[in-house]
Design a protein around this ligand. Structure first.
Ligand code: ASP
Length: 584
């Protein structure tokens, strides 16, 4: 037996017990006549003591030579510590060691394995297995496991069945590039890794599984924006015989359960907001509603004066920044510079100071009276002491820019508190979105999403206007889940592919199996998928998903620990009937 207890377990009540412990040497303190060792494992740290008077010379000499991260086993007696450490759960006791076995030696680790380490990100990723020994990383992984378990418990209780779906499949259109895998047995042919199990979960509904879920890896070959991973985990779900309302209720239940179970937070409000409303009020389809600063549209009160910039704009829109009248001129200039950076691309910003005495002072005083400005304040909900920030231009652009400013200011003002949670549903998304690059419409969610009842005909005349039975679950300004009610008859699905520019042959080649299945009694169905990595990070009060993934990839999509991706040898290529030609 390697151990009788773990290193987080022993308390004052265990004093005088004979125990055997095992773990890693976190640190040693050698005073010659006495040696202390902090012994660490996943559960905690226990202090060992070796002393001249009570430990044999041989053992104490061995202890003095222990290096950091040596793996050891000790036998000894639990004794009361002379100087107790109230910050450690095991801080009342220590182990007076009688026997010491070195189970394995260790090179000096490349960074310190402490809560605060001296290792930079790259180094820690290269030696991720050492990083995982550190408490913050370890705790994040344990936290993730706890969330996954709570998800499984809840969904199982609700009679969802976890079904595994294959990884070697063919393309699923989730809007990214596929990772492909060459087939040795089928020369010149390739599998695609699933961007999601979308078509399989729909087939499970045709198969009568009724309620499906899976905690599953998905693969998308996208240019890695900050904090995205090429492989990521979804909580993937599908239900049969449901309408949108049923899905929203079911997963509102899951979200509330997780917030209660994991964070101890009771959610009473779970608003629903249409996509159009979210765009108008927050300029964003994943609004952070923990703080106000809702948009006020100012066209009626700011146009038709002598200010040409506003007169020419499709939209004039502002927000009230709480307490913003305190900003210095320099701080406001910095905000304007921030907005003008190419990433945001605003041409400028008009602002109004709402003074404590009820008067207003704006950057466009030449064109507007205090009476005019009072109307701006009313439209944006500005109070004395606030600052009104106003942008103008093409509608979508102005909204996107003001949304970025809203989030930036909220961050600066400390309004995005990571222990406050405000979930909401955004519903009625457009079915299609215009793609500037290819000059055509694409499915905003995916091609299996059904249009709102009665809107199918609109597709021919006004495709951009058609709304979908699609919804997103938003938490603290992050989209953590998204799904839709699906098309479940062959004719509509074929029509949809047609509108999306697939020829009947292409549609058949790619999705014939699904349309075939629809001929055999497909029930009405719909579903949702949550991004588990992001969900765990938010529940954990953090923003970086990488911190909650055991072996993440870096921004270039590389695993620097195992050094992947990597070339394969010529024999393997030959078996795969492939020849590599690098075109750079
Ligand atoms: N497959 C979709 C996605 O990955 C989710 C869904 O529609 O259920 O976003």
């Amino acid at each position: 037996m390697y151990r009788t207890h773990n290193n987080g377990q022993l308390r004052a009540a265990d004093i005088n017990k004979e125990v055997t412990l095992a773990g890693w040497v976190q640190k040693t303190r050698d005073k010659g006549f006495m040696v202390w060792v902090d012994l660490r494992d996943r559960y905690g740290i226990t202090q060992l003591i070796f002393d001249e008077e009570r430990t044999s010379k041989e053992v104490i000499e061995k202890a003095a030579k222990l290096g950091r991260e040596f793996v050891i086993q000790v036998k000894g007696t639990v004794i009361e510590r002379e100087s107790k450490n109230p910050n450690m759960p095991t801080g009342d006791v220590e182990i007076l060691v009688s026997e010491l076995t070195i189970l394995n030696q260790s090179e000096t680790p490349p960074f310190t394995i402490e809560d605060e380490t001296d290792g930079g990100e790259d180094l820690r990723m290269k030696y991720r297995y050492l990083d995982i020994r550190r408490k913050p990383v370890r705790e994040n992984l344990i936290f993730r496991s706890k969330v996954a378990m709570a998800v499984r418990n809840y969904l199982s209780k609700e009679e969802f069945i976890e079904v595994e779906t294959p990884y070697l499949i063919k393309s699923t259109p989730e809007g990214a590039r596929d990772f492909v895998v060459p087939s040795r047995m089928n020369e010149g042919q390739f599998y695609a890794l699933p961007q999601s199990p979308q078509t399989f979960k729909q087939l499970l509904m045709v198969g009568g599984m009724d309620k499906y879920f899976q905690i599953v890896k998905c693969f998308r070959d996208e240019d890695l924006r900050a904090d995205r991973q090429p492989e990521f985990t979804q909580i993937d779900c599908e239900m049969a015989f449901v309408e949108q309302e049923d899905i929203l209720n079911a997963f509102e239940g899951l979200t509330k359960h997780l917030l209660k179970e994991i964070n101890g937070v009771e959610i009473s409000e779970f608003p629903r907001m249409t996509y159009d409303e979210a765009m108008a009020k927050y300029g964003n389809d994943k609004p952070d509603i923990r703080f106000g600063m809702e948009f006020g549209e100012l066209n009626t009160v700011a146009q038709h004066k002598d200010f040409g910039v506003f007169n020419q704009a499709e939209l004039v829109v502002g927000i009230a920044v709480p307490g913003g009248n305190n900003f210095t001129r320099k701080e406001i200039d910095n905000l304007i510079d921030w907005l003008k950076r190419p990433q945001i691309g605003a041409l400028g910003m008009v602002y109004v100071r709402c003074n404590e005495d009820g008067s207003y002072k704006s950057s466009v005083d030449k064109f507007y009276t205090e009476e005019d400005l009072a109307k701006w304040a009313e439209a944006t909900g500005a109070k004395a002491g606030d600052l009104i920030c106003v942008l103008s231009g093409a509608k979508n652009k102005a909204r996107t820019q003001l949304s970025a400013l809203r989030m930036h200011l909220a961050e600066q003002l400390g309004l995005r508190k990571n222990n406050e949670f405000a979930p909401l549903w955004v519903v009625d998304f457009p079915l299609l979105e215009w793609d500037e690059e290819t000059n055509r419409y694409h499915a905003m969610h995916h091609p299996f999403t059904s249009p709102k009842p009665g809107q199918l005909e609109l597709l021919a005349t006004n495709p951009g206007e058609v709304k979908a039975n699609a919804y997103d679950l938003v938490l603290n300004g992050n989209e953590i889940g998204g799904g839709s009610i699906r098309i479940h008859d062959k004719k509509t699905q074929a029509l949809m592919f047609d509108y999306l520019g697939f020829t009947p042959e292409e549609a058949k080649a790619q999705f014939g199996f699904l349309m075939d299945a629809f001929q055999y009694g497909a029930p009405p169905h719909g579903g949702i998928a949550f991004g588990l990595d992001r969900l765990v990070a938010i529940l954990g009060g953090q923003e970086t998903i990488r911190d909650f993934i055991a072996f993440p990839k870096n921004n270039a999509g590389r695993d620097v620990m195992i050094d992947a991706p990597a070339p394969i040898d010529s024999k393997q290529l030959e078996e795969l009937h492939l020849k590599v030609e690098i075109k750079s």
